[in-house]
Design a protein around this ligand. Sequence first.
Ligand SMILES: *[C@@H]1O[C@H](CO)[C@@H](O)[C@H](O)[C@H]1NC(C)=O
Length: 164
Amino acid sequence: MWKLIATFGALVTVVHGQSTPVESCASNTGVLPINTFIHGCGAPPCVFTQLEDAVLDIVFRAPKAINNMTTLATTYMDISWIIIPVPYDLQENLLTCNFVTNTNCPVREGEIVQYRLNMPISTDYTVNAVSPIEIRVVDESDQSPVFCLRTNHMIVTENSITDN
Ligand SMILES: *[C@@H]1O[C@H](CO)[C@@H](O)[C@H](O)[C@H]1NC(C)=O
């Protein structure tokens, strides 16, 4: 009964919430989450600003009972025919369970989980170039996929955003 109520609540959130269109991953495994909203991004490429956090609100279904989860984000830079994976340093934000907003870990099989990822954008990453990014959550115990999403993004410097 509580599971039904929780599922219904999450679906209501999805219906009334916002979405960003995202694709299935190409370099990693994992099904798409139920809903993804990347703040400030109605249509990719999503523009992220240096020294700010990119914020993603994600709703996903736990594929099995999981004690602990880890978040990973990787961009794929195309350097003349060679694709170089560049991992993002998520710092403490890689601890998925600390940022689950509607429940607590461990999660049950089939549980609908609402999750907010704050992704710090340091000055280490390439700016003004559109590149794909894959964001995924894995089971911390065996690295098996929980979900994976892919989108295009571009990082800009702090002062390059003009109001429009
Ligand atoms: C979850 O995994 C992280 C990363 O391996 C670890 O630091 C943390 O202690 C784990 N949390 C629990 C409750 O096991």
